[in-house]
Design a protein around this ligand. Structure first.
Ligand SMILES: [Zn+2]
Length: 374
């Protein structure tokens, strides 16, 4: 038996691999950080024999609640990522697999590779109405890439979408793939209508360093980008600094920040009800967007989610709160599950790349519905 993790977004530590009935693993921390939750590794072994894997020490992980009701994601071909039932005893996640092929990948969620990220950027820029631009470099020297759809003109709305501030939340870039596919489809009249009314500024991956390093939550220096929006710096958080600078140049009429939630098995949104500028207009825009999303897809619900912020008590270091306050605009964090959407569960795949793509496509419909109002 061998275990490998020396590849794009690989992350695991082998404690013991002597016994196939008790393979013991740990998840290394994000670099210079206390957070750990993302794993991604490959097991090479004999087929047709049961193997039991234990991931230890999860009580101290970023979201211990994330392991309750969680099933491991696995693949033989790195295309189809299916679920393997797992048990969590409060500290150890245990799952058993009988490999059908000698090499099998495991991950916290279906990975979104750096190569696929580059493919997405360049597929997009091959369209005449899309510009690819590198805003600057990350601490590891990777590109901070922005896609701009449409030309800025008087009267056009400026809509910004970003994803993967938390790099282990790969469903967020699968979502972006769906949203971007629609913007590239010339037979998609809703997308064409949206592009007549708005310029779309899209950052499909806010944290390429963390993504490549196999982090859950932080950049190369252990910084949680979604707590940097009030005072980012090129030293600690160039990702946020560069994107925020461009936002201050363009202005923002609507902002969506795409994430995954480890614990809550539903799709939901988190608004900016706690920012000082929150008023009836913003409340009305939030209600209109949610209503449009209900109509667009039953994958969205509004029963389960985060507790609402008290008036004026929002944390303005969080991206969607900072943007909402700075630009007095509709600003939502969108959360998808790592586990499944319990309203429409799928025992074989759980929440999946395919459903993330479709959800991203449906969010474009809801975006169009509110564009005239924002
Ligand atoms: Zn997140």
């Amino acid at each position: 038996m061998k275990i490998f993790s020396n590849f794009d977004s690989g992350n695991i530590e082998v404690v013991s691999i002597a016994d196939k009935d008790n393979i013991q693993l740990k998840i290394p921390n994000d670099n210079q950080s206390e957070f750990y939750q993302w794993f991604h590794f490959r097991l090479e072994t004999q087929t047709e024999q049961a193997h039991t894997l234990n991931i230890l020490d999860l009580k101290g992980s970023a979201y211990p609640e994330g392991w309750k009701g969680y099933d491991v994601v696995a693949s033989y071909d790195r295309e189809e990522w299916f679920r393997i039932p797992a048990e969590f005893d409060g500290d150890t996640l245990t799952f058993t697999v009988i490999p059908e092929r000698p090499s099998i990948y495991f991950a916290y969620f279906a990975p979104y590779s750096y190569d696929r990220h580059l493919d997405l950027l360049h597929l997009a820029q091959s369209a005449h109405h899309c510009q690819l631009e590198t805003l600057g470099q990350t601490l590891d020297g990777n590109d901070m890439s922005l896609l701009t759809f449409g030309e800025a003109e008087e009267g056009k709305k400026k809509i910004w979408l970003i994803a993967r501030q938390h790099p282990g939340e790969t469903m967020a870039e699968w979502f972006m793939e769906g949203f971007i596919q629609r913007l590239l489809d010339e037979d998609d009249t809703s997308a064409r209508a949206l592009l007549e009314k708005a310029v779309l500024y899209i950052v499909p991956n806010m944290n390429p360093d963390g993504a490549i390093r196999g982090h859950l939550r932080c950049n190369a220096k252990g910084v949680n980008l979604n707590r940097e929006w009030q005072s980012p710096s090129m030293e600690n958080s160039p990702e946020v600094f560069l994107v925020r600078e461009r936002m201050l140049e363009t202005g923002v009429d609507m902002f969506l920040d795409i994430h995954g939630d480890e614990a809550i098995p539903y799709n939901f949104v988190a608004g900016s009800e706690g920012i000082p500028s929150y008023d009836e207009r913003l409340a009305g825009l939030e209600a209109a967007f949610k209503q449009a999303l209900f109509v667009a897809t039953p994958e969205f619900q509004d029963q389960h989610g985060y507790d609402k912020d008290e008036p004026g008590k929002a944390n303005l270091t969080v991206g969607s709160n900072w943007v909402g306050e700075q630009f007095k605009c509709l600003s939502y964090t969108i959360e998808m599950p790592f586990k499944d959407n319990n309203e429409y569960p799928d025992p074989l795949y759980g929440w999946s790349p395919e459903r993330s793509v479709k959800f991203g496509q449906d969010v474009l419909t809801a975006t169009l519905a509110v564009t005239d109002k924002v």
